[in-house]
Write a protein that binds this ligand. Structure first.
Ligand code: NDP
Length: 444
């Protein structure tokens, strides 16, 4: 049995109740096989794969808070510090009822390679809670965030572990958490990223994941002799990543005709109206039915369906496993040329393989959505310098980083005779740097 298969079997036996984590590990280990085979004796002796698939440590804690009726509520909080071989742990906090340790481990594992790909000194971590922010008052959100941070503060720090936003954790939640950290520690440090601009946040961080997704997509299709101008795009989601992906796609001359949320989706043949979408989702925090009501030419449909729309480029920006095998077949039959993941692992393994086998250009989330964490690292740099850079400076660095990531993953794929396989390229390029650092630092 190869070393990869041996470790995969061990990870499967040990984490059988965590399908999302197993899916992420399987994808990474399968695609780094050529690198591992070239260094099999050394990696096996140093247990590199056993160590990289086992978090450095993980915290699980009670989050008790009081709702507006005076009733005490209890949620579970998590932080997984997965790997800090190349820098302090860095990764977002997800607040969603589906959160359990398996989701946090999958996200933390992916984060190791994503952070490595940015070329910046950041390790992999992730956290969150099964708390559902939907329908909660601002006071309830604050009560939850303060309680959550009271425990989390024991484990994080500007040079230890620097959390950020993710699903359900936006600027409001980061603000409440930062306030509580400061109150507990009496120290003003860049312990969280995605902060408000008046207290250490970076310009362009809000836009970074969506903009970065479009910068890498543009670079890839340029290198394949195409242009974004005139392309029809399908986007899923209507949160932070989706909104700014749509905005940048329009700036580049493409037309985005769909978006979605957890209850339904919009088809807007004239192109999504980003300002209206922001008003509905960021200001009113309402459903997409409000978008359709304000936009006569747009159709609202209940349930899933974004991928049934004919498009040139598909950008899944909502959540994991939202693009499944039937969707992949429909997209390919409709002539899609590229699928680039704004969300983390939105495409199932089966769908990914189908798209790649059918000649669709595919960039996995760990490369395509790395602009968010890269800009978070730029926020950390600004905080430690006690300086703020302009929007244009940050955006220019983001663009350079995304273009570099594309060439980095393209080169890695070519080096291992997998030209055009950006899943392999991203995993290989991300892994090589972390593995080198782990080897240099000894068994720990
Ligand atoms: P938001 O909470 O801002 O938006 C999430 C969007 O996805 C919403 O439209 C939400 O719908 C929808 N959604 C969430 N869960 C489901 C579900 N189970 N089924 C269908 N739709 C769902 O999150 P972000 O935009 O920040 O994150 C989106 C994805 O991008 C996640 O996978 C995240 O991990 C990833 N990501 C985010 C980064 C960032 O900088 N924000 C960085 C890198 C990756 P509704 O409005 O109904 O809740």
């Amino acid at each position: 049995m190869s070393y990869v298969d041996e470790v995969l079997a061990k990870v499967q036996a040990k984490n059988a109740s965590e399908p999302e984590f197993l899916q992420a590990v399987e994808e990474v280990l399968e695609s780094i096989k050529p690198v591992v085979e070239a260094n099999e004796d050394l990696y096996r002796k140093e247990a590199i794969l056993e160590r990289i698939t086992e978090p450095d440590r993980q915290f699980k804690f009670r989050v008790a808070w009081v709702d507006d009726s005076g009733q005490a509520q209890v949620n579970t909080g998590y932080r997984v510090q997965f790997n800090n071989a190349i820098g302090p742990y860095k990764g977002g906090l997800r607040l969603h009822p589906s959160v359990y340790i398996g989701i946090i481990k999958f996200l933390g594992f992916e984060q190791i390679f994503k952070n490595s790909l940015t070329g910046l000194p950041i390790g992999g971590g992730k956290g969150g809670s099964d708390f559902d922010p939907k329908g909660k008052s601002d006071r309830e959100i604050m009560a939850f965030c303060q309680s959550f941070m009271t425990e989390l503060a024991k484990h994080i720090g500007a040079d230890i572990d620097v959390p950020a936003g993710d699903i359900g954790t936006g600027a409001r939640e980061i603000g409440y958490m930062f306030g509580q950290y400061k109150r507990i520690k009496t120290t003003y440090e860049g312990v969280l990223t995605g902060k408000g601009l008046s207290f250490g946040g970076s310009l362009a961080r809000t836009e970074a994941t969506g903009y970065g997704l479009l910068y890498i997509t543009e670079e890839m299709i340029k290198c394949h002799g195409q242009d974004m101008a005139g392309k029809i795009c399908a986007v899923s989601g209507s949160g932070n990543v989706a909104i700014y992906a749509i905005q940048k796609a329009h700036q580049l001359g493409a037309k985005v005709v769909t978006c979605s949320d957890s209850t339904g989706w919009i088809y807007d043949p004239e192109g999504i109206d980003v300002e209206l979408l922001k008003e509905v989702k960021e200001v009113k925090r309402a459903r997409l039915t409000d978008y359709a009501a304000a936009r006569p030419g747009a159709e609202y449909h209940e349930g899933r369906g974004v991928w049934s729309v004919k498009c040139d480029i598909a950008l899944p920006c909502a959540t994991q496993n939202e693009l499944q095998i039937e969707d992949a077949k429909t997209l390919a039959a409709n002539g899609v040329t590229a699928v680039c993941e704004g969300a983390n692992m939105p495409t199932t393994l089966e769908a990914t393989r189908y798209l790649q086998d059918n000649g669709v250009l595919f960039i996995p989330g760990k490369a395509a959505n790395a602009g968010g964490v890269a800009t978070s690292a730029l926020e950390m740099s600004q905080n430690s310098e006690h300086l703020s850079w302009t929007f244009e400076e940050v955006d220019a660095q983001l663009k350079r980083i995304m273009v570099d990531i594309y060439h980095h993953i393209d080169d890695a794929a070519k080096r291992y005779d997998k030209e055009g396989d950006y899943v392999a390229g991203a995993n290989i390029a991300g892994f090589e740097k972390v593995a080198d650092a782990m080897l240099a630092q000894g068994v720990c």
